[in-house]
Design a protein around this ligand. Structure first.
Ligand SMILES: [Zn+2]
Length: 283
């Protein structure tokens, strides 16, 4: 009896593992999963995850999906819906591994930035819609470059994914990384793209949104000065503006967010080892 149970267990394990395509070390909540697709068409397949269109790039033997994993999903087997030229919809499973994030307690002197009044709440609502629209941008770019440069070569002052408490009240987890540098330090574009939104936002202060193609969007916040305009096409390394502390900030820093399939993910998964070294250097 025991042997039968064991064999069934092994059989189910084997069948699941054959569905699990890429199990990357960063396939975690808040991470990025690169999933090889069994598609040989010359045109890229159309891929969806949780009803959101997913970035697809060339792989050695065809195509791969580059999927942003939300911070709030349960680890386990997740699935993509893949539609390629002249073929039926196909389900591709991949694994999301568990990851724990730490807690952070921040004291903000301006109470309206923690518990905003009615007028501020209306403004926050309007801005949320604007930002949501920016994150929903989809542009068909075939030559995707997923290797980013560090926008500011300085130390990380707060990591991605921290469970945050402002004046002891729980708020959304940290959806980007903070890089601390003196006010006025230039902020550079990490890759080629197009400016899709600029503005002065209640929490984020002066901010810039860049579309890099296929739903890969980056955001720069708390800037002292913005040096680019909406619809402007920018090259890798172009100056977007300068470090500041506008919006809800406790000191001059850049809050940098990266979004894939409308999901904020850890920007560090797009950086080289030498850039991570800079972030980890001492102040
Ligand atoms: Zn931040």
């Amino acid at each position: 009896m025991k042997r039968v149970v064991l064999l069934l267990y092994i059989a189910s394990f084997l069948s699941i593992s054959s569905w699990v395509y890429a199990v990357q070390s960063y396939s975690v909540p808040g991470g990025v999963s690169v999933v090889p697709l069994d598609v040989t068409s010359s045109l890229p397949p159309v891929v969806h995850y949780r009803e959101r269109r997913v970035l697809v790039s060339r792989a050695d033997n065809g195509w791969q999906a580059v999927v942003g994993i939300p911070l709030n999903v349960k680890p386990g087997v997740h699935q993509l819906i893949v539609k390629s030229e002249n073929s039926k919809k196909q389900m591709v499973r991949f694994k999301v591994n568990p990851k724990e994030y730490e807690e952070e307690y921040i004291t903000i002197k301006n109470k309206n930035k923690v518990s905003p009044d009615k007028k501020s709440m209306e403004r926050i609502g309007r801005e949320k819609k604007q930002m949501g629209k920016a994150y929903r941008t989809w542009s068909d770019v075939s030559d995707m470059n997923l290797n980013f440069d560090l926008p500011v070569k300085a130390v990380r002052s707060s990591p991605f994914g921290l469970k945050r408490f402002f004046n002891n009240q729980p708020r959304k987890p940290h959806s980007g990384i903070d890089i601390a540098a003196p006010e006025g330090t230039p902020i550079h574009a990490p890759a080629t793209g197009k400016v899709i939104l600029t503005g002065d936002f209640f929490f984020n202060g002066n901010s810039v949104f860049i579309d890099h193609g296929q739903g890969l969007i980056t955001m720069y916040c708390h800037m002292a000065r913005i040096d680019v305009q909406e619809d402007q096409v920018i090259e890798r390394g172009a100056v977007l503006g300068t470090i500041g502390q506008t919006g809800r900030a406790t000191g001059p820093h850049l809050h940098w967010s990266v979004s894939l399939n409308k999901t904020r993910v850890n920007p560090e998964y797009f950086l080289s080892e030498s850039s991570i070294k800079v972030l980890n250097s001492e102040r």
